[in-house]
Design a protein around this ligand. Structure first.
Ligand code: DC
Length: 225
């Protein structure tokens, strides 16, 4: 299917600033925004509510019907899971952790891939995640890989959580982030990797505004040429 408008893929590790940047880039270029991490988190929330955690062996047979029956809808920045708004619950650290663990399972990734392709396939969308440019839309017109030093990412994540009134200390955030980086990068299926044709943007010494400007400039340079 020929796409009407381009797809912008923004991948990278936790705390690289993907969500803020992807949302702002989408607004500036008039595209919609899709946060695929929130979809994995929604699955984690539903799995937790059903008592399914990866510690238990063989949860796939029970996860399968759950994955096919849940509904995930976005209403602006809000995520509606099975008809109920769950936006606030998605940022809980244990939900991020569970999402990361469930995301190593093939049935979870396959279902997310189908939903994400259906949602973004027509283009005109900025999609953020871990594997958008490498696995979901390897033919995306624009691919960015956002990165930053681990200490800086942990600091940003810590401040984000504090702003949401989550009680946690910096060392815990740093440790969780390192573990999540390892798991997301080491998993066998669609690991977090930079697609060979992705443009790397390192935000360690850049403000959000500077990164947004740089990304928008690169997109406009090619679409308006
Ligand atoms: O971006 P996030 O922290 O909200 O994502 C939560 C977890 O979901 C992340 O640790 C790994 C998984 N994930 C993924 O495997 N692929 C994506 N495209 C997005 C997220």
């Amino acid at each position: 299917m020929k796409r009407e408008r381009p797809i912008v893929a923004i991948d990278g590790p936790v705390g690289a600033g993907k969500s803020t940047i992807a949302r702002r880039v989408a607004a500036e270029i008039g595209f919609s925004y899709l946060n695929t991490g929130a979809m994995y988190r929604a699955v984690a929330l539903a799995a937790q509510a059903a008592g399914l955690t990866p510690d238990r062996d063989g949860i796939e047979p029970q996860l399968e019907p759950l994955l096919h029956s849940i509904t995930i809808e976005f209403a602006g920045d809000r995520l509606i899971l099975n008809g109920r708004e769950v936006t606030g619950e998605l940022s809980r650290p244990e939900i991020g952790e569970l999402a990361s663990r469930l995301s190593t399972l093939r049935i979870v990734r396959d279902r997310m891939r189908d939903l994400q392709r259906a949602a973004g396939g027509r283009g005109g969308v900025v999609m953020e995640g871990r594997d958008i440019g490498s696995a979901i839309f390897p033919d995306a017109e624009f691919k960015f890989f956002l990165d930053a030093e681990v200490q800086v990412r942990a600091r940003r994540r810590y401040e984000e959580l504090r702003a949401k009134n989550v009680i946690i200390n910096f060392d815990e955030v740093l440790e969780q982030l390192r573990q999540r980086d390892n798991r997301d990068s080491a998993r066998a299926l669609a690991p977090l990797i930079k697609a060979p044709d992705a443009m790397v943007v390192d935000s360690t010494d850049l403000t959000i505004d500077q990164v947004v400007k740089q990304v928008v400039k690169l997109i406009k340079a090619r679409t308006e040429a």
